[in-house]
Write a protein that binds this ligand. Structure first.
Ligand code: PMP
Length: 292
């Protein structure tokens, strides 16, 4: 197998040599941000949108990214070229960098930038037809006035607790509510429901990441004439929906067949979900930055 090259603060190092300090505040405190991006057939899908979200997250937490936007895009392209990757996943991490054991970010003089690119294997093609079994969990989405879920921070403990509960229930993904009981998102994806031809996704202010795939699906809905709304809804609305699906960079558009023991629709991916997946897959190698 060819060597995997990791971008680490301007250098390319092998996987074995890609090491960061135990004093890095990303490690000590989850102090940093990240992006998960995909390359499809040599095209970094929605590269600008991902970098915009990265730089917005950085601004929000007052993290000074040591690369300009242009340099960051070049670093992504170079890492993909180095690894000869045409189709796969890109993990871009910016941590606060090494400091001391104290919390104070002023003790971290330079943020660290890491880019890892890999082949991606997530759900089988079969899973896109059968859909996922999901459960709702008791862990609530962290509230926007504590740590805003719009910031794609390295602090994923909220999501990990959700994943643990989901695993314990034997589910493939979980549905997180906010403190008021409104549906927000999955542990690593956004959620949509469809009832009588109307597609609804929760507004991000309820406590959801402003997913790039979520936005792409909203755009497709507008272009193709589907009725799409961003409105709050509850678990009851999910249980009685005709179709439910999740969106994310890794998951793309995947149907949900079961929620808390309630069978959704016919118990497999519904027609609108499959049509949206097809539309989505038709744009992924066009909309973005071409590497190859
Ligand atoms: N919500 C959370 C909590 C996530 O981690 C992700 C994955 N980045 C998403 C939603 C989906 O966002 P995107 O479509 O940008 O991957």
């Amino acid at each position: 197998m060819a060597e995997q090259w990791i971008y680490l603060d301007g250098q390319f190092v092998t996987k074995e040599n890609a090491k960061v300090s135990v004093y890095d505040h990303g490690f000590l405190y989850g102090d940093g941000i990240f992006e998960g991006i995909r390359i499809y057939n040599g095209n970094i899908f929605k590269c600008k949108e991902h970098l915009d979200r990265l730089y917005d997250s950085a601004k929000s937490i007052m993290l000074n990214i040591p690369l300009t936007y242009q340099e960051m895009e070049e670093a992504l392209v170079e890492t993909l070229k180095r690894n000869e990757l045409r189709d796969g996943y890109i993990r871009l991490v910016v941590s606060r960098g090494p400091g001391n054991l104290g919390l104070d970010p002023n003790r971290c003089p330079k943020a660290s930038v890491i880019i890892i690119v890999e082949q991606l294997a997530i759900y089988s093609e079969e899973a896109y037809k059968t859909g996922l079994k999901t459960v709702s969990v008791s862990t609530r989405r962290n509230v926007p006035d504590a740590l805003n879920p719009k910031i794609k921070s390295l602090n994923y403990l909220n999501n990990i607790l959700v994943k643990i509960q989901s695993n314990l229930s034997g589910a493939g993904e979980a549905i997180m509510l906010n403190a008021q009981g409104y549906v927000t998102e999955g542990s690593g994806d956004n959620i949509f429901i469809i009832k009588n031809g109307v597609i609804t996704t929760p507004p991000c202010y309820l406590g959801a990441l402003d997913g790039i795939t979520r936005q792409a699906i909203i755009e497709i809905c507008h272009q193709k004439g589907y009725k799409i709304k961003e409105e709050p809804f509850t678990l009851h609305d999910v249980y009685v929906a005709d179709e439910v699906f999740l969106t994310g960079t890794a998951a793309e558009v995947i149907a949900v067949r079961e929620v808390d023991g309630r069978i959704i629709g016919e118990g497999h991916a519904g027609p609108i979900t499959l049509a949206l997946l097809e539309e989505f897959r038709s744009i992924v190698d066009k909309d973005g930055v071409k590497v190859w």
